[in-house]
Design a protein around this ligand. Structure first.
Ligand code: NAD
Length: 500
């Protein structure tokens, strides 16, 4: 606890925060063309934090025109890669100076526990941007095996104008996953943050400008998804649209692309990830700690939330006891209090959705092992962390993404049944596997149909590993690691005759 300030000190920082509230276009903060605004609300208190510019089609047109002009004039796209690297590193140095301020801003805007913002979201976003900055001058093209009469050069070029449409659950981190590789490759980038959580994206734009990222290379357009997101998706001069959000909205982007210029679409979507415990596991203390984190990190508002804990029938009671004991150490309440591991849900819509799923779970016969109710703390949107037992694969809570602090324990009678149940979903983003048997770990990791399999730990890999879903969890590319760069470049073949 000693690494943290007191809740009073964080509340004082929250009162003193300064951040832009207008759209960021052409290196300036500006009102929406329509003059419209929207409110940003702190979900832990119900209070209005800010009135933000609410952009629309006109703002999208202007931002795309400027992004294209910037791309063509080369102030960013044609800079030497090492210069781009240095400027992005100057940007991340500024972010580090503002780490606490950014963490507090993220927390009050989203309801996330400050503790996680200080130790995960903000430092993780900075590290991600640094990783991709460093990659800028370390990526090579290649030469084809085309014989002695020709030289076939395979080169990568920045794609052009990149639009990124983001979710509200990890506002800064999801921005970093896309902005890092897109900027490092020399693209002009337009960010559309989620309407509920736009403040840190705007603060980042301010710091990016201060660090020397040229005007026009980065724009941030807060505003409603069906207007700003759709206008970016349909725009004939956007080359790449990288989306993270729900599968339902993700599908729309494929339509937008088909109806417009066939822009490249990359989708990072929802999940219903399993936490699989194989039958050789007998000690549950560490497993339970990982399972609680997998289910309740970020209040379960997490695309890789492990919302289906699959456990051998013979171990169900021992695991459940250890799991509930670990969960009892996770306190819910004021997100600015570093003693709390769980904060508020992001907004009333999500709060109602989660409570509806809890009621559905009860109605369909699942047993509430703990939680199951809203928590009345002031005007905040808090829900008790909820664990269901006696869950079967046909129940709604085992099939649909809930995106809240709710998980299910499902018992199986063999390892084969565990893997089959884990794969019994339309999603395939991530799976966690626990076993002490090395051969079984390899075999099961191969058998699980998901983009990331974490063995004997719950995680999403690190900055060097690609992240994205199988099945309806993803489409068209990956975030993170070297692979993420292929979203944001074109591959060109230059084929030279050298015979005569
Ligand atoms: P969402 O799909 O509701 O919104 C995502 C973005 O799309 C927002 O910026 C929103 O304004 C915009 N949008 C909404 N309607 C639109 C429309 N008609 N046209 C264009 N844009 C539109 O998702 P959310 O609720 O913000 O985020 C939660 C979802 O994100 C969950 O399903 C979660 O699993 C997923 N997610 C996935 C990953 C991943 O990497 N796979 C990471 C985080 C979150």
């Amino acid at each position: 606890m000693s690494d943290f300030l007191s809740v009073k000190e964080y509340e004082a920082i929250a009162k003193r925060l300064s951040y832009p509230t207008q759209a960021f276009i052409d290196g300036e903060f500006t009102a929406a063309a329509s003059g419209r605004t929207m409110r940003s609300i702190n979900p832990a208190t119900g209070s209005v934090i800010a009135e933000l510019a609410s952009c629309g089609r006109e703002d999208v047109d202007r931002a795309v025109k400027i992004a294209r002009r910037t791309f063509e004039n080369g102030v960013w796209s044609k800079k030497h890669p090492s210069e781009r690297k240095e400027i992005i590193l100057a940007f991340t140095a500024l972010l580090r100076e503002h780490l606490i301020e950014l963490a507090v801003l993220e927390s009050i805007d989203s309801g996330k526990p400050l503790r996680a913002c200080l130790t995960g979201d903000v430092p993780g976003s900075i590290a991600c941007l640094e990783w991709h900055a460093e990659y800028a001058d370390k990526s090579y093209g290649s030469i084809s095996p085309s014989g002695d009469s020709a030289v076939g050069m395979i080169v990568k070029e920045p794609a052009g104008v990149v639009a990124c449409v983001l979710p509200w659950n990890f506002p800064l981190l999801m921005m970093a996953w896309k902005l890092g590789p897109a900027l490092s490759e020399g693209n002009s980038v337009i960010i559309k943050p989620a309407s509920a959580t736009s403040l840190t994206a705007l603060k980042l734009a301010e710091l990016a400008a201060e660090a020397g990222i040229p005007e026009g290379a980065l724009a941030v357009l807060p505003g409603p998804g069906p207007e700003v997101g759709e206008a970016l998706g349909l725009h004939p001069d956007v080359d790449v649209l990288s989306f993270t959000g729900s599968t339902e909205v993700g599908r729309k982007f494929l339509e937008y692309s088909a109806r417009s210029n066939l822009k490249r679409i990359v989708l990072e979507l929802g999940g219903k990830s399993p936490f699989v415990i194989l039958d050789d596991i007998t000690d549950f203390a560490y497993v339970a700690q990982q399972a609680v984190s997998a289910a309740f990190w970020n209040m379960g508002e997490n695309c890789t939330q492990n919302s289906r804990i699959i456990v051998p029938e013979k171990s169900k009671d021992a695991f459940t006891e250890a799991f509930l004991a670990e969960l009892s150490t996770w306190k819910t309440g004021n997100p600015l209090d570093p003693a709390n591991s769980l904060g508020a849900l992001v907004n009333k819509t999500q709060y109602d959705t989660v409570l509806n799923y809890i009621e559905k779970g009860k109605a369909e016969g699942a047993q509430v092992l703990t939680g199951g109710q809203p928590l009345h703390i002031g005007q905040g949107l808090f829900i008790e962390p909820t664990v269901f037992g006696e869950v079967t694969s046909t129940q709604t809570i085992a099939r649909e993404e809930i995106f809240g602090p709710v998980t299910s324990i499902m018992a199986v009678s063999s390892n084969e049944e565990a893997i089959a149940l884990a794969n019994d979903t339309n999603y395939g983003l991530q799976a966690t596997l626990f076993t002490n048997n090395l051969a079984l770990a390899h075999r099961c990791a191969k058998a699980l149909r998901a983009g990331t399999i974490s063995v004997n730990v719950y995680c999403e890999g690190d900055d060097s590993t690609p992240f994205g879903g199988y099945k309806q969890s993803g489409f068209g590319g990956k975030d993170k690691g070297r692979e993420s760069h292929s979203q944001y470049v074109e591959t060109k073949t230059i084929f030279m005759n050298i015979e005569n």
